[in-house]
Design a protein around this ligand. Structure first.
Ligand SMILES: NC(=O)c1ccc[n+]([C@@H]2O[C@H](COP(=O)([O-])OP(=O)(O)OC[C@H]3O[C@@H](n4cnc5c(N)ncnc54)[C@H](OP(=O)(O)O)[C@@H]3O)[C@@H](O)[C@H]2O)c1
Length: 358
């Protein structure tokens, strides 16, 4: 049978994460953008008219002419979509994602609303591919919700997963988070120009809990959280894209700098084995120059990387503590790119429908 690309809806398509979705999906081999939604302010205008395009280039032609729909259940069902990607603010996302899953649709979301539900996986297929199985326990009659993590968490877990077999006792993480992490309306220029702000609402709690779920073990219908403490401090800095994180890990077994470098640079997982379209060749790239990684110099998206690899550098070991810096692209690996990879993985594992050509 000839197969057609799955029809995808992007909720919150006009925002920063939504724009990244459009850029990942517009010529994707498995998905085709069939519907874009926004708030009532954007609804009824073409995507190009409604969107203040913040990322590289211009809105792709195949999507630019689509008329933005209101984010309500009826137009979404009428559009006959096969899969939903959500980039809505959390409080808006919660109810509509629930309704869509109840109507049998698979929903891949960036929003935090459902993340800590016992039956919703926070999926990162390089790290916890088996957690996808949790969706079988969702009571949605065929539909389901798969979340990806908060943007800082998505970097941190790559720094922790390769070390987990040495026994993680505790983690101390300090983040230096970009402005784009706060969405298009962001942070007022008067607050951030020439300044840093040592407070991001709700962020520390997310960073202290989500990694323990992601790095936990699937036990039938729930995840047993990984058993270590995380202490997080989150800071907003005047950088456009890219969250830098200073990480200190206390391990049961001593790990040398050379071993850590080896563990990080050889780390890979299911997306690499399956050659998924959005998978980076190397999920972690180790940088050895003493002043790297830096957001301005190391976020570059190459064809092999798509902005999906986490950069790690300045690895140090002292008194049983392993320290390093990591850098993650917050709207790509921390948001839209991660969701697209999750959907590609779900398709590879038979969790998405197949659409034949008429
Ligand atoms: N930015 C990041 O780095 C990042 C990383 C990880 C996760 N996330 C999560 O991704 C989601 C989107 O974040 P963002 O940074 O892309 O935000 P954003 O730039 O502010 O975009 C928000 C989107 O939601 C739409 N929207 C706002 N209020 C709405 C309403 N009442 N009804 C329907 N649509 C509405 C907006 O449409 P209009 O354009 O019409 O207003 C826009 O398309 C959030 O849940 C966020 O926590 C973001």
């Amino acid at each position: 049978m000839l197969l057609s690309r799955l029809r995808a809806a992007v909720l919150g398509a006009t925002g920063l994460t939504g724009q990244r979705f459009i850029s990942f999906l517009h010529d994707h081999p498995l998905f085709k953008v069939a519907l874009v939604t926004g708030s009532s302010q954007s609804a009824g205008r073409t995507y190009t008219e409604a969107t203040n395009w913040f990322i590289e280039g211009t809105p792709p032609e195949s999507v630019g002419g689509l008329v933005v729909s209101e984010t309500r259940i009826r137009p979404l069902l009428d559009a006959d979509v096969d899969v939903v990607f959500s980039a809505l603010p959390s409080d808006v996302a919660g109810p509509i994602e629930h309704q869509l899953a109840s109507h049998g649709l698979p929903v891949f979301t960036n929003a935090g609303y459902h993340r800590m539900r016992e039956d919703v996986p926070i999926l990162i297929p390089e790290i916890n591919p088996g957690h996808l199985g949790l969706v079988r326990h969702q009571q949605y009659n065929g539909g389901y919700i798969v979340a990806n993590s908060n943007c800082s968490t998505s970097g941190l877990v790559f720094g922790l997963r390769p070390l987990q077999r040495y026994g993680i006792r505790s983690v101390t993480v300090t983040t230096y988070q970009a402005l784009s992490g706060a969405g298009r309306s962001g942070v007022a220029s008067m607050d951030i120009l020439g300044n840093v702000v040592p407070y991001i609402p709700n962020e520390e709690h997310k960073l202290e809990t989500e990694p323990r779920k992601i790095l936990g073990v699937l036990r039938d219908d729930h995840i047993e959280f990984a058993d270590f403490r995380i202490n997080a401090s989150c800071v907003r800095v005047p950088v456009l894209n890219g969250h830098l994180e200073s990480v200190v890990v206390e391990l049961e077994e001593r790990v040398s700098v050379e071993t850590a470098q080896e563990e990080f640079s050889t780390f890979s997982g299911a997306p690499q084995e399956l050659h998924l379209p959005t998978a980076p060749t190397h999920p972690i790239v180790v940088l050895t120059d003493p002043d790297r990684p830096q957001p301005r110099r190391d976020l570059t998206t190459t064809q092999q990387d798509h902005g999906m690899s986490v950069k790690i550098g300045r690895i140090r070991e002292k008194d049983g503590l392993l320290s390093f810096f990591l850098l993650v692209h917050n709207t790509i690996r921390g948001a839209a790119g991660a969701s697209v990879l999750n959907a590609e993985f779900a398709a590879a594992k038979g969790y998405l429908p197949v659409r034949g050509v008429n």
